[in-house]
Design a protein around this ligand. Structure first.
Ligand SMILES: C[S@@+](CC[C@H](N)C(=O)[O-])C[C@H]1O[C@@H](n2cnc3c(N)ncnc32)[C@H](O)[C@@H]1O
Length: 255
């Protein structure tokens, strides 16, 4: 079985659109996985993932890059605080979606900021990812020091409990975020958000897939809603897609 055939079969069996991921990188990761599992070829890998659901989840976990940390690019989060203040000016409730949230560091960072701003009760945060294993970790909300390097000692003390080598997020923040499965390339997009945070994932997708995702986010945002993207990402045709560029990582839905 060739790479192309493998992708087509995975699409048919699991509705996972591997064609929308950048090809070189995807192939490299798939080939490395075959070597790691001491399998012969794509055919054997396909057999394995179709025989046991668990094996499919493991492959997905390998293919997706879950690197994340609290307050990733801290200066962007400082900027986010200002945008949040603006959003609250003319809204009773601010609805936030962290799309491709990985281990939860991203939506929990926002929940911490809202708690500090005294706006926790006036907001809701949904967080989604395609990788069920990482979603389970997100719900456990236990982190090692590496992912907490941008968390100040005051925040660490106020919002985490030390548990051996790990830090467990306190319930007051944990309960603010609702996690669920969502595939950005396939599933229907939920609507009526004031802020969508989607960072460090579209870099893995083809340009066509990126365009489609930003188009769908536009439909998911309320008027004047804001899209917050990663530092190495860019929406080239933002005007055409209906956004105004506020700064390198922030785009506003134009009406
Ligand atoms: C590098 S992490 C980014 C996490 C976080 N947004 C951040 O910036 O720290 C990329 C995440 O995208 C998720 N992902 C990959 N493909 C996806 C898809 N089609 N739909 C939803 N999430 C996806 C991965 O599972 C992974 O958790």
């Amino acid at each position: 079985m060739h790479f192309e055939e493998f992708k087509a079969k995975v699409m048919a069996a699991f509705r996972l659109d591997l064609n929308s991921y950048k090809e070189k990188q995807l192939k490299r990761r798939l080939d490395a996985y075959i070597v790691k599992l001491k399998l012969k070829d794509y055919e054997e890998l396909f057999r394995q993932i179709t025989q046991k659901r668990d094996e499919y989840e493991k492959l997905l976990d390998h293919l997706t890059i879950n690197v994340s940390e609290f307050f990733r690019d801290p200066h962007r989060f400082i900027e986010l605080q200002q945008h949040l203040k603006d959003l609250f000016k003319d809204r009773q409730l601010v609805r936030i979606w962290s799309a491709a949230c990985s281990n939860g560091s991203e939506p929990y960072s926002i929940a911490i900021m809202l708690e500090e701003m005294g706006l926790s009760g006036k907001s809701s945060i949904d967080a989604t990812d395609i990788d069920r294993q990482i979603l389970n970790k997100a719900m456990q909300a236990k982190y090692n020091r590496d992912g907490l390097k941008n968390v100040s000692p005051e925040r660490l003390l106020r919002f985490f409990d030390a548990q051996g080598d790990l830090y467990a997020l306190k319930d007051i923040i944990k309960k603010k975020v609702s996690f669920r499965y969502h595939d950005l390339l396939h599933d229907e997009y939920p609507k009526n958000y004031d802020l969508i945070v989607c960072r460090n994932v579209t870099i893995y997708f083809t340009r066509e897939a990126q365009d489609l995702i930003y188009k769908k986010f536009h439909l998911s945002l309320n008027p004047n809603g804001i899209l917050f993207i990663g530092g190495s990402e860019m929406i080239f045709n933002y005007k055409e897609l209906g956004y105004e560029k506020l700064s390198p990582c922030f785009y506003k839905k134009t009406n």
